[in-house]
Design a protein around this ligand. Structure first.
Ligand code: ZN
Length: 148
């Protein structure tokens, strides 16, 4: 395990976040109309700090679209930005097209995810997205256009 020590902090946060989202998904699977339990809310807030509150605002604002590739099941989200009409293409575990992702997540490693990634993940688990099934090449084009 010693080779992982240098990256231990962000890796552990990402793992803890995965565990939290898995817990939340299980809980909501068994209690479909329940609110998010306080302990999971508290854990996510602890892991993501102010980005988590911002992500909740984005989810509450609505308009998140989940595009699902019809054969691969690959999911890409379109998440509204702050200004009307703005949006970001988001691959929740790996990529967002916003500046915060570039600077805070990739550049300075200060965060493990931007608010759009968190919002997409939360909205997906909470069923707060509209879902659009599209051909897989559409997903590929969306990523190419926005990630280039
Ligand atoms: Zn973002």
């Amino acid at each position: 395990m010693s080779t992982l020590e240098g990256a231990a902090k962000p890796l552990n946060i990402a793992r803890a976040a995965d565990a939290c989202f898995a817990d939340l998904q299980n809980y909501l699977g068994q209690n479909p109309h329940a609110d998010v339990p306080d302990d999971i809310l508290a854990s996510l807030h602890l892991l993501f700090g102010k980005n988590f509150a911002k992500a909740l605002e984005v989810v509450d604002g609505g308009g998140i679209v989940c595009f699902v590739g019809e054969h691969t099941g690959r999911r890409v989200y379109k998440v509204p930005g702050r200004r009307a009409g703005d949006h970001y293409i988001v691959f929740p575990a790996h990529y967002c097209a916003c500046q915060s992702f570039q600077y805070d997540v990739v550049g300075r490693s200060e965060a493990v995810a931007c608010k759009h990634q968190l919002a997409a993940r939360l909205a997906g688990v909470l069923g707060r997205t509209s879902v659009s099934r599209v051909p897989d090449y559409t997903i590929a084009h969306m990523l190419l256009e926005h990630c280039a």
